[in-house]
Design a binder for this molecule. Structure first.
Ligand code: BGC
Length: 749
């Protein structure tokens, strides 16, 4: 496909206006077929004869543009008319050269936006014609979209129409041009606001739900040149005023860039309406400045935007706070599944790999994310370094290379592929990432042999399997640990317990993949390496066979990763249980063990503790934020601190990964064989719950598990797909085998 540059000389430091591109062409004879392929380095919206080509937004999607860009393809045969036709596109900065990541770094992939286009028409008489992007395409930089940035600001001047067209400059794109691989990013739910007047006298719209998207607004009686401003934020502050303060990365002012989320609109006369071209914001509240007329709720609509992924799982129970938590998690997934799995839709919007790694199981219980994740895997693999090292943000958006191969983050590709295999049983998903994971483990193996000059080097044999080089975020965001404290410590002293555990986990996953794929030699090699790492971990971190720490994560990790066997795990779990009780059932874990703490407690019989932790409404705890009115899941346990001050992002899905526990333990639905070829139904009843029900549309069909508390026991009703061998394990230890169908049971408690 041919490309054109849309700009001459520009100052890359200055925000640019969008490019308005047009190409007219005449049809003089009957067209049998016409196929248009189009894309941009930037973000584009295209129309043919004034009609939009697509419902998708933020095209062509987010890939690592250094390597590849997707194109969209349309059969436009029926949309052409005899005589003059006009193809138009508006091209903006997008992720290509707009603000990306925590530092809001710009020009990450290039300084000049481009358009790629190829239209092939076959005429009824057998002749054909191709129109490719070249100097016959005209461009205006003088249209209404004056500034555009997905994150920081969009400025639209409704008084302008594109003028001063000039010929585009033929150009070349060095990356690969591939057909669209991801799920379409579409507009979804629409919300009506309430109009608030804050104590500070601000006019604020409250959409009642935190989400990612934009506002559509109508102005009934505008005046030419009047400038209005909308600022999108997630929360109100401790005094009920609009705030953006929570979106500045705490303590990291040196690297923290603008979040902005501003929309400036310059009115024309009379009635008009607008919604952003190329902006995406995370928000529930919108502050209006200098509105030109009375603010009426009916003139505003919030539109949620996210990747159109099929929803497959529902959970409900007798505790409405838990039901709200599930709803919040679903919204955090939606808000952060916008073509790539991101961290938050506000501050960074970056593909932080560790976040989706811990969330992968939950994503699979709630939705079918296969297509979405496989598209992202491709960028992950393309960003692998020669030496096998992997990124920790994908697409890496120019992130500091020193932090590559950040344990628990960069391991995500192996972990997520393993989760996908468990849910869908497709070996091709493992084959797809196999070489990449193998190269990474080999890199980690060499890295472990090099010792950190800042830590005391012990020369014993086992130290060759402890990773202590490089930058690693460790457990990340345990309660009362401000972000910057974790960050600064990790810069100098990587948490070797976390790095080594993940080195083990990925190596073990690799050896399992090798075995499944019939690569016997690799399976043996990596299983032996995993054993060495395991012994090193135990030697270094499980002195006297036990854990000696006041941090919950130190207990959860060896238990869920299988770094100890069941017997050895007992005293560790016992101590964890004791610590949780002593901590008044408040959660003490960060990003990397929060998703497993309830599972390990249940595995070792501490079901009562698991439920009390889940249902705890004190801070820190999952339901604390629900009682504070959250409509999405918070990044940090103290998202609203003891003084009512909002902190950090209020829309991170990682801590919401507990939803997988609700499906797999509370309702008890788990694959016994990969892809739900065989099924386990093992509900863990408890807490204040009088019933729980999960419905999950698995790769093999619909599964329902519902239990109800009765006067002297419980009933269980299950539906399993036809022909699927199912093992039912009751809370009293009894088991029952069945194949497909709907079944009812009861037992005495
Ligand atoms: C992001 C995370 C991410 C983390 C790395 C944060 O700033 O928002 O979700 O995983 O950095 O520790």
């Amino acid at each position: 496909m041919k490309f054109i540059e849309l700009e001459g000389k520009i100052n890359p430091k200055k925000r640019q206006s969008a490019s308005y591109v047009k190409r007219t062409f005449a049809i003089t004879k009957e067209v049998k077929s016409a196929v248009l392929k189009i894309t941009a380095l930037g973000v584009y919206k295209a129309t043919l004869n004034g009609e939009p080509l697509d419902k998708q937004v933020l095209l062509p999607g987010y890939t690592d543009y250094k390597h590849r860009v997707q194109f969209q393809e349309y059969d436009i045969t029926s949309r052409l008319k005899t005589g003059e036709n006009e193809l138009n596109a508006v091209v903006g900065d997008g992720w290509y050269r707009g603000s990306v990541g925590i530092g809001s770094k710009r020009n990450c992939y290039g300084t000049k936006t481009m358009l790629g286009c190829e239209l092939t028409m076959i005429y009824a008489d057998g002749t054909f014609k191709t129109i490719e992007a070249d100097e016959s395409f005209l461009v205006s930089k003088d249209g209404p979209l004056r500034e555009n940035d997905l994150k920081v600001i969009e400025v639209y001047d409704a008084t302008k129409t594109p003028s001063d067209f000039y010929a585009a400059i033929p150009s070349a794109y060095k990356g690969e041009v591939v057909s669209q691989q991801g799920e379409p990013v579409l507009e979804h739910e629409r919300f009506s606001p309430k109009v608030l007047n804050t104590p500070n006298g601000e006019t604020v719209l409250d959409f009642g739900q935190n989400f990612a998207g934009y506002v559509h607004f109508r102005i009934q009686n505008g005046k030419t040149g009047h400038q209005v401003k909308l600022t999108m934020g997630e929360v109100l502050d401790e005094n009920g005023n609009f705030t953006m303060k929570n979106l500045a990365a705490e303590g990291a002012s040196l690297i923290s860039g603008e979040v902005g989320q501003e929309l400036v609109y310059i009115c024309k006369d009379g009635k008009q309406e607008y919604q952003p071209y190329f902006q995406l914001c995370g928000f529930r509240y919108v502050k209006l400045d200098n509105w030109c007329e009375e603010v009426k709720a009916e003139n505003f609509e919030g539109i949620a935007v996210y990747s159109d992924i099929q929803s497959v799982g529902h959970f409900t129970c007798s505790n409405d706070l838990i039901n709200q938590l599930v709803k919040n998690v679903k919204w955090s997934q939606k808000s952060n599944f916008v073509d790539i799995p991101g961290d938050c839709p506000t501050r960074e919007r970056a593909g932080w790999t560790g976040d989706i790694s811990v969330f992968a199981e939950t994503a699979c219980y709630l939705t079918d994310p296969r297509k979405f994740l496989k598209k992202w895997f491709t960028d992950f693999m393309l960003e692998q370094w020669e030496d096998g090292s992997l990124p920790y943000v994908v697409p890496d958006g120019g992130y500091a290379p020193r932090a590559r191969s950040c344990c628990a983050w960069s391991d995500a590709i192996a972990n997520i592929a393993t989760v996908l295999y468990q849910f869908y049983g497709n070996k091709a998903d493992l084959e797809f990432v196999y070489d990449c994971v193998k190269k990474f483990v080999d890199y980690q193996t060499e890295r472990a042999k090099k010792k950190n000059p800042l830590t005391r080097t012990k020369n014993s044999e086992h130290r060759h399997y402890i990773i202590e080089r490089g930058f690693h975020y460790g457990e990340w965001l345990e309660p009362s640990r401000p972000m910057y404290k974790d960050f600064i410590k990790d810069l100098f002293y990587p948490d070797t317990e976390v790095t080594t555990a993940w080195f083990y986990q990925t190596t073990r996953q690799l050896s399992d993949m090798a075995a499944l794929l019939g690569k016997a030699r690799d399976a043996e090699k990596y299983s032996s390496l995993a054993e060495h790492i395991k012994q090193a971990y135990r030697h270094e971190f499980l002195t006297d066979g036990g854990v000696h720490s006041d941090r919950q994560c130190r207990y959860v990790r060896p238990l869920f990763m299988g770094l100890v066997d069941d017997e050895e795990g007992k005293p560790i779990a016992e101590k964890l249980n004791k610590m949780c009780i002593e901590n008044d059932y408040k959660i003490g874990t960060g990003f990397h063990t929060t998703y497993k703490i309830l599972s390990v407690l249940c595995d070792y019989g501490y079901i009562d503790t698991a439920y009390k932790m889940l249902e705890n409404t004190k801070q820190p705890g999952w339901l604390y934020e629900v009682t504070k009115g959250a409509t999405t899941t918070w990044e940090n346990w103290n998202g609203i601190d003891e003084n009512g001050v909002p902190r950090d992002s209020h829309n991170h899905y990682a801590p919401g990964a507990v939803v997988a526990w609700l499906f797999s333990y509370c309702a008890g639905i788990k694959p016994l064989k990969a892809g739900f070829e065989e099924l386990l139904i093992q509900p863990y009843v408890g807490g204040t719950l009088t019933f729980a029900e999960a419905e999950y549309h698995s790769a093999k069909g619909k599964i329902i598990s519902r239990w109800d508390k009765t006067e002297n026991g419980y009933t269980l009703s299950i539906t399993v797909p036809d022909g699927i061998k199912t093992k039912v394990v009751f809370p009293n230890g009894e088991t029952f085998d069945l194949i497909g169908g709907t079944h009812h049971f009861n037992w005495e408690a």
